[in-house]
Design a binder for this molecule. Structure first.
Ligand SMILES: Nc1ncnc2c1ncn2[C@@H]1O[C@H](COP(=O)(O)OP(=O)(O)OP(=O)(O)O)[C@@H](O)[C@H]1O
Ligand SMILES: [Mg+2]
Length: 479
């Protein structure tokens, strides 16, 4: 990169020498001969790097360094939780005379990047500048990546009222260090909201660490959460911190809490009660400062009745509870969510802008969405792959082929819905299944259901069911 480098020294000859070298290296030099001018140029020109002599008239190099540091703190804002960065921006390299090494060390403590003792060779200067610029480039790269990652989770799409009410609860809860319990069917966005709560909280600059409580048996989960001491078990060759320690100061997201083994539930209860825990094999009590957010799609009250979930843990977790509505209860968000997912799917490869046909949107309104927003995302991603034009038609949606469990296959989950809604979903699934089981041969599917072929076809049309297998393209739509 071609960098803008400010050179600050009251010795004209040194300044000239540096200027030549910097130009020779392909960078843009700026010069100042006292501290006040240096500060003015830093503010006006925003150089990437400053070579700063410590002995300066008007303001010493150390004062300049201190001011740069304070300006960064002010820019970050009074409420900023961001710890001061290791180095100042711009990066500062101290030029120091032989015998003033203590001052150089002091400067390093104040956030200078490196120092050069005069006299130095041109090669030494080149190496130090290169190292500084590499650090700068890396920092910027990390910054870009972090923004990208944050951006990935950024939008919580939708304006549905039920959802907005839950978001309001989440936002309010975010400010306090209280435990939040997120409930809702699979794919309703519990993890999305958990991450948002972390971002909205004063802990946003500390880690967000997710633990899937269903994925591991007792002992492994304990190890995952609390870490272990060296020698805690065969193979524990060194001390390893758990997720709670890794998240120190931040948020631990306990996903699928309803599936946590009972023994672990009692360990967790202790952490929630007095913010302390032991590492596996440890005897030293460790104090922790993390915020817990838990989520589950299970009915915890029922689990309590069945004896698989501790009631005391439930009350500790459910200080604030937010229940996310299933997609079928927020169908007004379908257009916005679809647009968002279609745009994202397009970004993944084809770079084409897709839209839903009216018929496709109607079909989506009729569908039951047992897998909620995640299912919608999957259906639309598949549709983008299947479609040949820019318009998504019902035949691209393959809504019937996505269900997997017997309940979902019938278009029903365990909760009750309007009679006609359920009957509609059920009959659609029967028709789709007959098609599927008969290799999309409509005559045979009609026979299997003991229906007239023409009536069968009419039903398909009425219910907007594609007569084609979901992963092949109907001939008439090939371009
Ligand atoms: N409001 C929303 N806006 C944008 N994307 C969303 C929204 N809600 C959910 N999603 C997307 O839907 C998918 C599922 O969301 P998430 O993983 O948060 O669901 P979940 O409730 O944790 O599901 P599960 O119980 O199965 O773990 C994710 O890819 C997420 O990005
Ligand atoms: Mg989840």
């Amino acid at each position: 990169m071609r960098a803008k480098i400010l050179l600050v020294d009251d010795d004209r000859d040194i300044l000239l020498g540096l200027e030549n070298r910097i130009t020779w290296m392909g960078h843009e030099p700026l010069t100042a001969s006292d501290g006040a001018e240096a500060l003015r140029l830093i503010e006006q020109e925003a150089p990437d790097l400053v070579l700063l002599d410590l002995e300066l008239p008007h303001r010493s190099g150390l004062e300049v360094l201190q001011q740069v540091r304070e300006a960064a703190a002010v820019a970050a804002g009074p409420d900023s939780e961001t710890p001061l960065a290791t180095y100042t921006t711009p990066l500062i390299i101290i030029l120091t005379a032989f015998g003033t090494i203590e001052r150089a060390v002091q400067a390093m403590h104040l956030g200078a990047f490196d120092f050069l003792t005069k006299p130095f060779t041109a090669d030494h200067l080149t190496v130090v500048i290169k190292k500084a610029l590499e650090t700068l480039a890396l920092d910027r790269h990390v910054d870009v990546l972090r923004k990208e990652v944050e951006g990935q989770y950024d939008p919580i799409v939708g304006t549905n009222q039920k959802m907005a009410a839950q978001l309001a609860i989440a936002k309010q809860a975010a400010a306090a260090p209280v435990t939040v319990l997120l409930l809702g069917e699979t794919g309703t966005g519990k993890e999305v909201i958990a991450r948002a709560i972390h971002r909205w909280s004063p802990r946003r600059d500390k880690p967000f660490v997710a633990v899937n409580c269903a994925a591991l048996p007792d002992t492994l989960l304990e190890n995952e959460l609390f870490g272990h001491e060296r020698g805690a078990y065969t193979g524990a060759l060194k001390r390893e911190p758990g997720k709670i320690e890794i998240a120190e100061g931040g948020t631990v997201f306990l996903d699928e809490i309803g599936d946590m083994p009972l023994l672990m539930q009692s360990h967790l209860l202790r952490v929630l009660q007095d913010q302390t825990f032991y590492r596996v094999g440890g005897t030293q009590l460790i104090r922790t400062n993390v915020r817990f957010i838990a989520a589950t799609n299970k009915d915890l009250r029922q689990a309590i009745r069945q004896g698989t979930f501790r009631e005391d843990l439930y009350y500790r977790l459910a200080v604030i509870t937010s229940t996310l509505p299933p997609l079928r209860e927020r169908l007004d968000d379908l257009p916005a969510l679809s647009e968002y997912f279609l745009r994202r799917a397009a970004g993944l490869g084809t770079h084409r802008q897709y839209t839903l046909s009216d018929r496709a949107l109607t079909l989506m309104h009729q569908y039951h969405w047992p897998g909620n927003v995640r299912e919608l995302e999957n259906v639309l991603t598949r549709a983008v792959i299947l479609s040949t034009g820019a318009t998504i038609e019902p035949s691209h949606l393959s809504l019937m082929a996505v269900s997997s469990t017997p309940d979902q296959e019938s278009g029903l989950d365990s909760s009750l819905h309007a009679y006609h809604e359920m009957m509609e979903a059920y009959s659609k699934n029967i028709l789709a299944r007959a098609l599927q089981q008969n290799g999309w041969n409509q005559t045979r599917a009609a026979e299997a259901l003991k229906l007239q072929r023409t009536y069968f076809t009419k039903l398909l049309r009425q219910k907007q069911i594609s007569g084609h297998p979901p992963h092949t393209r109907p001939d008439n739509e090939a371009e």
